[in-house]
Design a protein around this ligand. Sequence first.
Ligand SMILES: Nc1ncnc2c1ncn2[C@@H]1O[C@H](COP(=O)(O)OP(=O)(O)OP(=O)(O)O)[C@@H](O)[C@H]1O
Ligand SMILES: [Mg+2]
Length: 338
Amino acid sequence: MDGAFEPTGTLLHRRHLQSLREVHVPSMGERGRQVTVGEAEFEEVPRAAPIASGANEIGAAKVRAPLELPPMQPSTQGLARVVAVTNQKGGVGKTTTVINLAATLAASGQRVLVVDLDAQGNCATGLGIDKARVDLTTRDLLLNPERAAECRYATRIPTLHVVVGDRRLVAVEDAIVSDLGRESRLAEGLAPLLPHYDLVLIDTPPNLGVLAINALCAADGVLVPVQTEYFALEGLAMLLSTVEQVRRRLNPGLGVDGVLMTMHAPTLLNQQVAGLLREHLGDVVVEPPIRRNIRLAEATSRGEPIHVHAPKSNGGQDHLAVANALSARWGLTRGPEA
Ligand SMILES: Nc1ncnc2c1ncn2[C@@H]1O[C@H](COP(=O)(O)OP(=O)(O)OP(=O)(O)O)[C@@H](O)[C@H]1O
Ligand SMILES: [Mg+2]
């Protein structure tokens, strides 16, 4: 347990759980019965004096609709499974997940395409691509979907291709925001590529702008990395509400393929949040959690996936196990070997 962190973390956690009291997230195994996220017991933290009464109850939960967890849908025969790795919360491990999952699965022979929808463009760097030498990017894929095939770049792994994101994506949001069909540009661009891959992994920016919505419209499912800490739950509730809206209006087949716990450490707070996620989301939670491991940050900065940089590290082992678990979940023909 991390003694310095625990008191604040627990207080925030209790308050947050209250705010989620009426947000209902049925687990895969309990669909049909609504369960309440906010009922878990947490240790009381002693306080000097009781808080003064009389404050207005804002009650965020009261303005939120109950959430259903849309189930994962099967892949279409002969077409790549398209997965948006998404969470509007920044720095939760989206890009690290995309890079290492894509590389691990491609190294085992799966045909994988990474599409970087984030202007930070870290997928290219993490997969050893020199962005200065890239001409066509995700920007071109979105603005000229008919040129999709030319937007792909090869990596050191023969069955792994990347559509590179970079700063130019910022202007794309403005360029397409008032267009008819602006949400489906990515789906349009990817369509002719799908027969040529087993898996398309889309890295998304840390906001829910038009680019992230394009990812949700193009995807069969979302994979949601969450850090096992207090704000993770709030981000997850918001994202699931967005998924529900996209399902209703734009992409009825969108499901939740998994919630992946990242940067997991053996603190009390991390364990409590992991327990809560497992309890209420059931099989949707991908096991094992990815432990916090400096080797993962190191690998990305060197342009190497973790299975090359440090396969025996905690990060390497966890990503291998997660790649195997997701490979089975997605029905990919064979998973990576240890
Ligand atoms: N399991 C881990 N252990 C240690 N560091 C990690 C781990 N996963 C990711 N990191 C580091 O945390 C930082 C944030 O990770 P990453 O860039 O993957 O998050 P992100 O969700 O894509 O962020 P953004 O929202 O800005 O796009 C990076 O420096 C990354 O190297
Ligand atoms: Mg990122």
